[in-house]
Design a protein around this ligand. Structure first.
Ligand code: G3D
Ligand code: MG
Length: 189
């Protein structure tokens, strides 16, 4: 009996966006009950992992390591560490709060450039998410405005999500993972 070769990739993804846009809710919705949480108070981050089988190869497992800023993070001190070794990012804004969208450009994208390096930014290994799509009555940012920002940032894709109801949540994470795994010269460890 021949032994099957088992492969495991480890992918670190960072989730970026203003407080209360729904970063933790998106991760919890995606991870469901299978999550392992490892809160590092000194870094101000939650690190959760999830193993996902690769659709194209059943012997290959991708271990996702998701880094999420805690609410009261001393983030300014640990940014370098936050971005170290990351393969991709999810930028999240709240469709009811224009300030949270403006800060993607003013703050979060700049941080990615600064701390993850221009190479990573140029390769565009990140998605833009407009979260809370269920809040139709209080929406203040149109889908078109989200798409426009996504083009400006050269993001892989723009997706509206509802972490509350799960709409497009799996799609968002898997679009990013598929892109990273399948692109040429994938930087995986
Ligand atoms: P953060 O991790 O980015 O700081 P959280 O954000 O995940 O803690 O979410 C902040 C608040 O927004 C939470 O409400 C959460 O339930 C809510 N929220 C997150 N995603 C959605 C969504 O898709 N739709 C709606 N309607 N609400 C969402 P509370 O009241 O617990 O502070
Ligand atoms: Mg949070």
């Amino acid at each position: 009996m021949s032994e099957e070769k088992h492969m495991e990739y480890v992918l670190k993804l960072v989730v970026l966006g203003d407080a209360a846009v729904g970063k933790t809710s998106l991760i919890n919705q995606y991870i469901e009950n299978s999550f392992k949480e490892d809160y590092k108070p000194t870094l101000g981050v939650n690190i959760v992992t999830k193993n996902i089988p690769l659709k194209s190869n059943s012997n290959t497992v991708v271990r996702l390591v998701l880094w999420d800023l805690a609410a009261q993070s001393k983030y300014d001190l640990s940014r370098q560490m936050f971005f170290q070794g990351c393969s991709g990012a999810l930028f999240v804004y709240d469709i009811t709060r224009p300030v949270s969208k403006n800060n993607i450009q003013l703050k979060w994208y700049k941080d990615l450039l600064k701390f993850a390096g221009t190479r990573s930014a140029k390769e565009g290994t990140y998605l833009l998410l407009g979260n809370k799509s269920d809040l139709t009555d209080t929406r203040r940012i149109t889908r078109e405005e989200g798409e426009e920002l996504s083009r400006e940032l050269n993001a892989i894709e723009f997706i509206e999500t509802s972490a509350k109801y799960g709409d497009n949540v799996e799609k968002a994470f898997e679009t990013l993972v598929d892109y990273i795994i399948n692109r040429p010269n994938a930087k995986l460890s």
